[in-house]
Ligand binder design. Structure first.
Ligand code: ADP
Ligand code: ADP
Length: 228
């Protein structure tokens, strides 16, 4: 569960990125976080991953109280989260399989667990036949699928995606969103930041709209559905 209570974030240079944001995401939900550039979307994601801390308010993520989390606990918080970026961020010198194996080794998984899980997630994202390729040998859509597999490999409670389709064409973007929807149906909470209105409107999901550091609408259905 993710819970923000009246969260404010002012950066060191005085920019007020969030001006009092309250939001609750239950386990198993699929949520789009939308809004124009500079509205505070990335700041919300960075608060959730523990990359930045809030100036005011309260923040709880998967059982961790981020208001008084110890730096030593941050890696454990992060293991409950799978993060996906616009630019994929795969290790270019490693094959698809090695990219996944690597993140499981870091958390101390056994070789047997690693083999089983890597094969399962690659199959889930439709890339079981491309485990031995390098990321550069794959299309953008395929690279994002690898990034999704990597985010999933340690079985996080929540997938957090920051503009995951920003570098993809419309068809590939739709496929990536459908894959995230499938992952959500299998039980993982999904939070997707995007400004792609048409894409959001193709799914009947909860949409939290943020503008100028405040939530302006939160509900099922389309982008900015409370504005009309
Ligand atoms: P979005 O993801 O919606 O584009 P951000 O959360 O990145 O918005 O940014 C919200 C506001 O905070 C913007 O005005 C941005 O310039 C500012 N901001 C973001 N990161 C920093 C930072 N590290 N230092 C200062 N200002 C920042
Ligand atoms: P995004 O595309 O995710 O919204 P941005 O272009 O807003 O990213 O920001 C890219 C990086 O620069 C982020 O790490 C953000 O924290 C930082 N940043 C954004 N705005 C500012 C700012 N005004 N001052 C300093 N850092 C900023």
């Amino acid at each position: 569960m993710i819970r923000l209570i009246d969260v404010q974030k002012t950066y060191d240079n005085g920019t007020r990125a969030l001006k009092g944001v309250s939001m609750r995401i239950e386990d198993g939900e699929f949520v789009f976080l939308v809004g124009p550039s500079g509205s505070g979307k990335s700041t919300i994601l960075k608060l959730i991953t523990g990359e930045v801390s809030c100036t005011e308010g309260r923040l709880m993520v998967n059982g961790y109280n981020l208001n008084n989390i110890h730096v030593r606990q941050i890696p454990y918080l992060r293991r409950t989260l799978g993060v996906i970026f616009q630019d994929f961020r795969l290790i270019e010198k490693k094959t698809v399989e090695e990219n996944l194996t690597f993140v499981m080794r870091v958390v101390g998984a056994s070789p047997r667990e690693i083999r089983k899980r890597v094969s399962y997630v690659l199959q889930l994202v439709g890339l079981d036949h491309k485990g031995d390729r390098l990321p550069t040998e794959l299309s953008g859509g395929e690279q994002q699928r690898v990034a999704i597999a990597r985010a999933l490999v340690n079985n996080p409670q929540v997938i957090v995606a920051d503009e995951p389709t920003g570098n993809l064409d419309p068809q590939r973007s739709l496929e990536i969103m459908m894959l995230l929807e499938k992952i959500n149906e299998l039980g993982t909470t999904v939070l997707v930041v995007t400004h792609e209105k048409e894409l959001v409107n193709r799914f009947s999901k909860r949409v939290v709209a943020i503008e100028n550091g405040r939530i302006i609408s939160d509900g099922m259905g389309g982008y900015y559905n409370n504005e009309s």
